[in-house]
Design a protein around this ligand. Structure first.
Ligand code: GRF
Length: 201
């Protein structure tokens, strides 16, 4: 059974989607802790409800960024996890941390990468005028939303979409894509060759 750690900064609906698939044994893993940078995150309540320990590493309580980076890396190391899931984690990880956990860290992004990386991906998609949007689960590398792609799911962009309405349609697909990517990882079904990730049948 794999050990997984989730990093989340806010609402935690993707975290909940993973909790649910661990609970019904679709994902053969144990969630060993939630790490958050936000002491007010609703994700904390979700963790408490299912007895997942929470570690709060609040940037503003550290003297500088590198002290925060070290504390985060120490917490991640201590967890001895097989997989770290960034599920709406709003802090950038230091290049050292990314290197240390290379190919053990995945992220969910609300766009069809490599289009619209960074913040407000859904608004970027509307502004650009694309007709199809979606979400991407990918391994984390040192770039911004740039690591090898594991899964993508698409949705239409409608003429009257707002950032919120498109985000809601994409989020529905995120709740499928993220647990599915975690399941594939936890069943050793992912093969990585350079940028290409394939799923073993
Ligand atoms: C999701 O849209 C995710 O793609 C992005 O941040 C949002 C987090 O939502 N990285 P939630 O906290 O999982 O509800």
């Amino acid at each position: 059974m794999k050990r997984i750690v989730v990093l989340a900064s806010g609402r935690g609906s993707n975290f909940q989607a993973v909790i649910d698939k661990v609970a019904d044994r679709t994902i053969p893993a144990e969630i060993c802790c939630l790490i958050t940078d936000n002491p007010e995150a609703y994700a904390i309540k979700r963790a408490e409800e299912v007895g997942v320990p929470v570690t709060v590493i609040n940037v503003s309580t550290y003297p500088d960024r590198s002290a925060y980076d070290s504390a985060l890396e120490a917490a991640m190391t201590e967890a001895k996890a097989d997989l770290f899931i960034l599920a709406g984690y709003m802090q950038l990880l230091s290049p050292e941390t990314v290197r240390r956990f290379a190919l053990k860290m995945i992220n969910i992004h609300p766009a069809l990468l490599p289009s619209f990386s960074g913040l407000h991906a859904q608004q970027q998609a509307i502004n650009y005028g694309v007709k199809v949007a979606g979400c991407t689960v990918h391994f984390v590398d040192e770039g911004m939303d740039s690591g090898p792609v594991i899964l993508q799911r698409s949705v239409p962009v409608l003429d009257n979409d707002t950032e919120d309405s498109l985000a809601e349609r994409i989020l529905f697909e995120e709740h499928y894509a993220l647990p599915e990517a975690v399941r594939l990882f936890c069943t050793d079904s992912l093969q990585i060759e350079g940028r290409r990730v394939t799923i073993t049948p």
